[in-house]
Every structure is written in structure tokens, then in C-alpha cells.
Design a protein around this ligand. Structure first.
Ligand SMILES: [Zn+2]
Ligand SMILES: [Zn+2]
Length: 284
């Protein structure tokens, strides 16, 4: 599917759902700002080296050399991204948040800017922020910048065969997955996990809880929204986390996004489960 087709699919989906309008406008604006300010980074190794680079189970961007390079690159681009966002036609509340984030980030000294991205990549809580500066906003926009640094070849699920990666965290950035996708494969259906930080996809075992390893299927509750059979939710009664799972093919541009599948979050919370892996979660 071309990028234009993907965009059209997503636009139509959002147009029919008014409650997504503000979030969609922010995501579109962030997408434009990242495109204008962030260059896909050339410091990434060739994908042919991925088995070797990942052999110890340490995600690429958690390895000291790449953590350092990514933090610096992201920091260099971030002020421009925030400046562009403040010039966008966003809802006034969002605009105020963007202004505050820009003022805070540009006031940091040269060492603190990459340090902010090091903390973000290592998923440390963003504390000590001045009043009015939103940790959730910084996380959403900061991770969009990190996502923009990662070459597309590194995000492809075909790269992560069982031999290369079979862990429950993202091989590129180390985040836990926010979503899953069941795809037809030669031997039936296989499960792929989706990172909400850098949007890498990787293959993972088909059954059981991806977060705690619980494989007693009697304790995995499947929840399905009444009006949509394209996506469901697997809730684990052991660790109480849920995983949104897209079960069809062709509408990945819509359903492999955390923010477009928000109604399912309500269903999960109503059943006493909590979300993991989202860049929008306060505790990340
Ligand atoms: Zn990732
Ligand atoms: Zn679990």
C-alpha cells in the first residue's frame, strides 16, 4: 500500500469519529514537524548485521554507542519540532502545552538536552518539570522524534526471525509492545508485536501474555467490542495488563496505532485491566 493510500484510509476513519479529531490533528501536526526537522539517521548499522548486533538481547538504541548518538541527534532536532508545533493551528489548550514545552526545552543547557532524550529512551520518569510542562506531551513528541531517526528497514518484522529476536521488548528501542497483529503465515497465523515508541514490529510467540509470560490460557480474557470484530483485547488475569490485537489485514494504517484504538482502552479499563507500552501513559 502506498503512503498516500495509508493516509487516505486513516483520514476517512478519523472523519467518521469526531472524538478522535483533536488527537488526530495533533498526530498529523507532529508528523509534519518531524518530517521537516528530523533526518533518518545514518549511524544505524546495516540491517544485514542485525543478528550480530542484537545477539546479547540488548536493543540497538540501549547499547551505549547508539544511545549516545540517538540522544544527540534527537536533541538537535527537538527545538525545531517544538517550534513548528507552536506555529500549527492546534486547539488552544494543546498550543499552550506546546509553547510551554518549547520554552522549557530551549532553556536547557547543552548537556541537558541530550540527557533528556537519554532519560526518555531509558524510560525514566520525567520528573522535575516546571508547572505547565506536560510529561505526556514531551513523551509523545519526543518519541515521535526518536521514531523519525530509525530507518524503515530496521522497523520491518521480516527482519526479526526467531533466530534474531524472540523477546517481549522492542529490538530497536527496548519498549514493551502496545499492540499486536495476527497475520497469516505459511503455518497459520502468527503474532507480531508493535512498538509505540519507534513503530518497529517483531514476531513473537502466538499465545500467552506478552507482558508477564503467563501461558495459562484459562486466565487470558478475550474482550471484543460489540460493533467491531477487527480488533480485540487480550487481558491477563495474572499481571492485569491488556494487549490490543488487530486480527485482520489491510487496515494496518488505522489499527496499528495506539491512539486510533482508544475506545478499546475504555473496554479494558472497564474490565479492570491496564495498558502497557503506550508513549501516552504517565508512568510510561
Ligand atoms: Zn521501539
Ligand atoms: Zn500477564
Amino acid at each position: 500500500m502506498t503512503n498516500q493510500n495509508k493516509t487516505n484510509l486513516l483520514e476517512t476513519f478519523v472523519r467518521d469519529r469526531e472524538y478522535l479529531a483533536e488527537t488526530a490533528a495533533l498526530h498529523a501536526a507532529v508528523g509534519r514537524a518531524v518530517k521537516a526537522n528530523v533526518k533518518t539517521e545514518s549511524f544505524f548499522p546495516e540491517v544485514t548485521a542485525c543478528a550480530e548486533v542484537l545477539k546479547d538481547g540488548v536493543p540497538l538504541l540501549q547499547q551505549p554507542k547508539y544511545l549516545d548518538l540517538a540522544s544527540k541527534s534527537a536533541a538537535d532536532a527537538f527545538a525545531g519540532v517544538l517550534a513548528d508545533l507552536t506555529n500549527e493551528d492546534l486547539a488552544s489548550g494543546v498550543k499552550t502545552v506546546a509553547e510551554a514545552a518549547k520554552a522549557w526545552f530551549t532553556s536547557l543547557d547543552d548537556a541537558s538536552k541530550p540527557a533528556f532524550f537519554r532519560d526518555l529512551l531509558q524510560q525514566k520518569p520525567l520528573t522535575d518539570l516546571p508547572e505547565g510542562v506536560s510529561a505526556v506531551f514531551l513523551s509523545v513528541v519526543g518519541w515521535a522524534v526518536i521514531d523519525g531517526l530509525v530507518p524503515d528497514e530496521w522497523k520491518q518484522h521480516t527482519l526479526y526471525t526467531e533466530k534474531v529476536w524472540k523477546r517481549n521488548y522492542c529490538p530497536v528501542c527496548g519498549r514493551q509492545p502496545v499492540l499486536a497483529h495476527l497475520r497469516k503465515e505459511m503455518e497459520g497465523r502468527a503474532r507480531f508485536l508493535v512498538c509505540d515508541g519507534c513503530h518497529t514490529e517483531w514476531r513473537y510467540r502466538r499465545l500467552g501474555c506478552v507482558y508477564c509470560g503467563n501461558d495459562d490460557l484459562k486466565t487470558i480474557e478475550i474482550l471484543e467490542p460489540e460493533d467491531d470484530n477487527r480488533i480485540r483485547l487480550d487481558g491477563c488475569e495474572k499481571c492485569h495488563a491488556y494487549l490490543k490485537t488487530y486480527t485482520q489485514e489491510g487496515e494496518e494504517a488505522i489499527f496499528l496505532n495506539d491512539w486510533t484504538t482508544m475506545p478499546l482502552d475504555i473496554l479494558g479499563e472497564q474490565h479492570g485491566f491496564h495498558k502497557v507500552g503506550s508513549v501516552m501513559c504517565k508512568d510510561r
